[in-house]
Design a protein around this ligand. Structure first.
Ligand SMILES: [Zn+2]
Length: 300
């Protein structure tokens, strides 16, 4: 059932139940491009946020949303200054970040990702939280260049560093640092509209979100523009607040676990209450987050 990602992306914006969502109509979706740094744009349509490096060497696109949007993304990239998209980088395997791979590949773009992205896209996956099976992607959608630790693009006068971080949202997560433009794309290791989604079936771990935030904080300064996987852009202070929220919630849950409390008792104690208004209203509800933190604490 491929409709999951359509529903999930809609959920990030609104709220209701996943199964009740009709298949999303992409005909009305517009791709909005916003300049976020020298030669770097953020593109928004439906699905995860995109980043795009433009210049004489051709476009480097970070993530590509859904298949039907590829022509609109290519058009938006051209308008922003990339005559052709030369490379696509996938921050992880989920369909709202990789759906355009096949169509962009047909235009000549080379798709690059961590090896676990290709591995997961190559076979059927099950997303436990959504109770959803995602079929293997067609061969033409798979990344053709894979890496294990990191890869660097020297294009458009920038140095674009793609770093695999330890498993957080999935086991194939990368963050992308446009070092000259001073822009960071976090993939789904950060969202500005929701608590983290720990896709445990895809090898994700709650602690990994803290590690990814620490990695990004070490690269950022006060002028860095930070693009989350979903939601509006933020800055280093926003990332720090996110990281502090993750750490404080983990400590609160760990304390309750140490007291011998069950998951249900911990959920009832509402250790996330101080943050629920800001992060717990949309995609990931407090109880879902707490069960992910609980699993993480128990696994240590
Ligand atoms: Zn995702």
């Amino acid at each position: 059932m491929r409709t999951f990602f359509f529903a999930a992306s809609a959920l990030l914006l609104s709220a209701p139940s996943v199964s009740a969502q009709p298949k999303q109509d992409f005909s009305k979706v517009q791709i909005k491009a916003t300049k976020v740094g020298e030669g770097v744009f953020m593109l928004e349509g439906a699905g995860g946020n995109l980043a795009l490096s433009v210049g004489k060497d051709g476009g480097v696109l970070i993530d590509d949303q859904f298949a039907p949007l590829a022509p609109k993304i290519v058009a938006a990239a051209r308008k922003a200054g990339a005559a052709k998209v030369k490379f696509v980088v996938n921050t992880h395997w989920h369909g709202d970040h990789t759906g355009g791979n096949e169509n962009l590949g047909k235009t000549g773009a080379v798709v690059v990702a961590h090896e676990n992205v290709r591995k997961r896209m190559s076979s059927e996956q099950f997303i436990q939280m959504m109770n959803t099976t995602v079929p293997a992607a067609p061969a033409g959608a798979l990344p053709v260049v894979t890496f294990t630790s990191d890869v660097t693009f020297h294009l458009n006068g920038d140095t674009i560093h793609v770093l695999h971080v330890e498993p957080a949202h999935t086991d194939g997560d990368s963050i992308v640092h446009f070092t000259k433009a001073n822009v960071l794309h976090m993939g789904d290791t950060m969202m500005t509209v929701s608590y983290p989604f720990v896709d445990i079936g895809s090898g994700g771990r709650y602690s990994g979100f803290i590690a990814a935030a620490d990695r990004a904080l070490a690269l950022a300064n006060d002028a860095t523009v930070i693009i989350p996987g979903h939601g509006p852009v933020t800055n280093r202070a926003g990332l720090q607040a996110w990281r502090d929220m993750l750490v404080t919630i983990r400590a609160a849950v760990a304390k309750l676990v140490a007291q011998g409390k069950t998951l249900e008792q911990i959920q009832a104690a509402k250790p996330t209450a101080a943050w629920d208004a800001e992060w717990g209203q949309k995609f990931i509800k407090p109880d879902v987050l707490i069960s992910a933190v609980y699993a993480d604490v128990r696994s240590k």
